[in-house]
Design a protein around this ligand. Structure first.
Ligand SMILES: *[C@@H]1O[C@H](CO)[C@@H](O)[C@H](O)[C@H]1NC(C)=O
Ligand SMILES: *[C@@H]1O[C@H](CO)[C@@H](O)[C@H](O)[C@H]1NC(C)=O
Length: 195
């Protein structure tokens, strides 16, 4: 009887020690989940304001469209606003309004008809830049685009690379809209705070 009690106590001790060591090992393996750091340690001590100006080329017609419809509702065609239509775009961004002018990036994302009564697109777009020091940096736009208004403002909700912590707004103005092909060239002015 006493022997088995001792054996049991020994096993219990061993088990407790094992648990203790394994928990020490586990805490030693992982850095803490949360800690406060200074903005300086990420080189975030100086906020900048940038203005970007470019043209967005949305081609839906012809053999090489840059925006394609990927979904729609059964009743989408019953709405003059094409409510429910969803398009995926990979639109070139250029320095001038001419399609052959210098490419500085691409607008990749989704626009969808989100309004039943007037034409209002929901825009979810990442601008990916390829020019100079901006190469590889991105800005994310999320907003409402009332495409038949002369000027539309949409929020810039984030960014990466040069545009980390980016926030600001984009002002879009249609430069050319071809009513036959529905292709559009849109002028963008983007104002963004970043570090
Ligand atoms: C941008 O970066 C990519 C890869 O990092 C490189 O291949 C490309 O040549 C760069 N483009 C410009 C315009 O600097
Ligand atoms: C619209 O596109 C058609 C077909 O490509 C072209 O013939 C016409 O000139 C264009 N209109 C404008 C205003 O650019």
């Amino acid at each position: 009887m006493a022997k088995s009690k001792i054996l049991f106590s020994l096993l219990f001790l061993l088990f407790t020690l094992f648990e203790l060591f394994s928990s020490i090992i586990v805490t030693a393996e992982h850095p803490p989940f949360h800690r406060s750091i200074s903005p300086k340690s990420l080189h975030l001590d100086r906020q900048k304001l940038s203005h970007l100006h470019f043209y967005f080329h949305d081609t839906v017609s012809g053999p090489r469209p840059t925006a394609v419809r990927v979904a729609q509702a059964q009743m989408t065609d019953k709405f003059p606003t094409q409510f429910g239509a969803v398009a995926m775009a990979d639109d070139p961004l250029t320095i001038g309004p001419e399609p052959e002018s210098k490419l500085i990036g691409r607008a990749q994302g989704i626009y969808a008809s989100a309004s039943q009564n007037d034409l209002g697109l929901m825009m979810v777009m990442n601008f990916e830049f390829s020019e100079g020091k901006y190469n590889g940096s991105t800005l994310s736009l999320l907003g409402r685009n009332a495409v038949f208004s002369a000027v539309r403002e949409m929020p810039i909700v984030g960014g990466s690379g040069i545009f980390r912590f980016g926030r600001g707004y984009a002002v879009a103005k249609t430069h050319l809209f071809n009513t036959t092909t529905l292709d559009a060239i849109v002028e963008y002015n983007v104002y963004v705070f970043h570090y």
